[in-house]
Design a protein around this ligand. Structure first.
Ligand SMILES: N[C@@H](CCC(=O)N[C@@H](CS)C(=O)NCC(=O)O)C(=O)O
Length: 206
């Protein structure tokens, strides 16, 4: 079966999918799609106009990243990234990590999206999103505690992939945010546990 992944090199949701493909040694053609370009074809495949989008050879297109990674985990038995007995806990981690990303991206678009003029930008909206980032970081740090992995009984899972992509995005787009200073355990997770893995190193943006 052949698969094509539509995505960008900087999207953290796309990165999550690329890391899962790499960890599971699944072959997939990567097609760069600029969803912000007027000529983008993304809405032919995803009516929401977003990447990642996975195209299957039977004509189906899968979105969003959570659906894609859950699908990919069923294709190859090892390594299992969403062991069913830990599915709910992993799901909460993924919701937390992706939710932090949603807030980060909303805050960034409010500041940088060219369709919004300076007068239309809301500092209160940005502050609201930044508050969510702070709260999500604190919750992630509490959940992680002193454990090496997000779900320690399960070892490396999709929870770590999602958390790592979210933290990596903060480094890329919010370099002034000293999240490591406030949450050393999260810094250890990203820098010591995740960054050395080939799947993370090969997909690091920038
Ligand atoms: N919940 C979605 C989020 C995907 C998403 O927001 N992707 C961004 C790129 S980082 C995008 O395509 N944005 C285009 C737009 O919002 O129009 C997922 O997990 O796949």
């Amino acid at each position: 079966m052949s698969m094509r992944l539509l995505g960008s090199l900087t999207s953290p949701y796309v990165r999550k999918v690329r890391i899962v493909l790499s960890e599971k040694s699944l072959a997939c053609e990567f097609v760069v799609e600029d969803v912000w370009h007027a000529d983008s074809q993304i809405s032919r495949y995803n009516p929401l106009g977003k990447v990642p989008c996975l195209l299957l050879d039977d004509g189906r297109s899968l979105y969003d990243s959570r659906v894609i990674v859950a699908y990919l985990d069923t294709l190859a038995p090892a390594p299992r990234l969403i062991p069913p007995e830990h599915g709910t806990e992993i799901g909460v981690w993924e919701a937390l990590a992706d939710g932090m990303l949603d807030a980060a991206i909303l805050a960034r678009l409010e500041q940088t999206w060219p369709g919004r003029s300076a007068g239309e930008r809301s500092d209160a909206w940005i502050a609201r999103q930044m508050q969510k980032i702070d709260a999500a970081l604190a919750a992630m740090a509490r959940r992680l505690g002193a454990q090496p992995w997000c779900v320690p009984d399960a070892g490396f899972t999709l929870a770590d992939v999602a958390a790592g992509c979210a933290l990596g995005y903060l480094d890329l787009r919010f370099p002034g945010l000293d999240w490591r200073g406030q949450h050393a355990a999260l810094g250890r997770l990203l820098d010591k546990q995740l960054a050395p893995r080939a799947s993370f190193a090969q997909t690091k943006p920038g």
